[in-house]
Design a protein around this ligand. Structure first.
Ligand code: AVJ
Length: 354
């Protein structure tokens, strides 16, 4: 499949460039930004993070949550992954957006949401929302991400592209709940959860999270635009998570560097190997880090020994069927569910209205 041509704005690298007069004018309107996870310096949150990491590392089957991939370098490595030929999800989803965007806008309008408050979960570089904003015409745009500094830059770029748009950037870890700040409009909320990030939750947790979004006392969603990766042949799936250049391997190993920073562990990245496999019984890609030899890892007050070949489970990325995701959304309380997909049925974008 030929990748669709991205709008010029999506090809802009996230780096400093000499500002144009227009950009300088727009810089006067820097987006509002609320950091709820600056956290790593807030003693309580830092303590909770260390607790969570310690628990995972000391478990018999060691694990670290995939949210710890996303420090500043991790967000950049993920951005590089989305440009890999093996990683089909991003370009396939972009193709669906491009082809079906007018129909998506129509579905929102029919649901009485011609100018929604668009809440972008795990917005990252905001590239996906940038392609939809012209057609979805949000009254407010709310990019949310755990990678605070990366998101700040990206939200600033969105503001440069749409100087009049009301933007409220939110730095937060929403895996534990969606307590959005008061600056976020309460009405006409449409959640945008693209890229198949919902796949990081176990199906039961995914259901709970979808219910939380739809709950009038919590997320207050009127609708949800959800991108989901679909089950397909194992070779295609495994190549997407174990690319020839080793970018995904670097992304996986960078998690150990982030854990060193957050917890004070002494992981040596060179002692670990990237492993990606499709677990068909559970319908999920698993990523692990495997110890190349017997070793031990220490951090304040603790040590964990690993045998040669022992693994740390770092990510599960669940793959759904069209029927399975439709049923899950209905079960979560969304009444009207429809979807668009690519010709190969590799990826789907769902519109679910409450
Ligand atoms: C951001 C969770 C959707 O599971 O495909 C990419 C993360 N991990 N390559 C995915 C990821 C390895 C990605 N999500």
């Amino acid at each position: 499949m030929t990748p669709p041509a991205a709008p010029a704005v999506l090809n802009r690298p996230l780096r400093w460039r000499a500002p144009s007069p227009a950009a300088c004018a727009a810089a006067c309107a820097a987006p509002r930004f609320i950091d709820l996870c600056c956290g790593e310096s807030l003693p309580r949150q830092a303590w909770q993070t260390r607790q969570e990491l310690t628990q995972g590392l000391l478990a018999e089957a060691a694990s670290v949550s995939p949210k710890f991939f996303y420090n500043a370098l991790g967000s950049r490595l993920f951005e590089a992954i989305t440009a890999l030929s093996e990683y089909y999800p991003t370009r396939t989803e972009a193709g669906i957006f491009k082809a079906a965007c007018p129909q998506m806008a129509q579905a929102l309008a029919q649901a009485g949401l011609p100018h929604p408050c668009l809440i972008d979960l795990g917005a990252g570089n905001c590239a996906k929302a940038l392609s939809l904003i012209p057609q979805l015409a949000p009254r407010q745009y709310v990019p949310v991400d755990i990678s605070v500094d990366f998101l700040k830059d990206a939200a600033g770029q969105v503001q440069n592209c749409f100087p009049a748009l009301d933007i409220v950037g939110v730095g937060m870890d929403f895996s534990a709940g969606l307590a959005l700040p008061a600056e976020v409009q309460a009405d006409d909320r449409v959640f945008f959860y693209p890229g198949s990030s919902l796949g990081n939750f176990q199906p039961a947790q995914a259901l709970a999270f979808l219910r939380h979004i739809a709950d009038p006392a919590q997320g207050r969603a009127r609708g949800l635009l959800l991108g989901i990766d679909l089950v397909k042949d194992t070779a295609t799936l495994e190549a997407a998570y174990d690319d020839a250049l080793g970018v995904t391997a670097a992304f996986n190993k960078n998690l150990l560097r982030n854990v060193n920073t957050l917890l004070g562990t002494d992981f040596d990245v060179r002692q670990w190997r990237h492993v990606a496999l499709f677990n068909a019984a559970q319908s999920r890609i698993e990523m692990h880090l495997e110890a190349l030899s017997a070793l031990s890892v220490s951090w304040p007050g603790q040590t964990r020994r690993f045998r040669a070949g022992e693994r740390i489970h770092t990510e599960s990325s669940y793959k759904y069927t069209l029927e399975g995701m439709t049923a899950l959304l209905r079960q979560a309380g969304f009444r009207q569910v429809q979807h668009w997909s690519d010709p190969q049925n590799w990826f789907a974008v769902f519109w679910a209205a409450v």
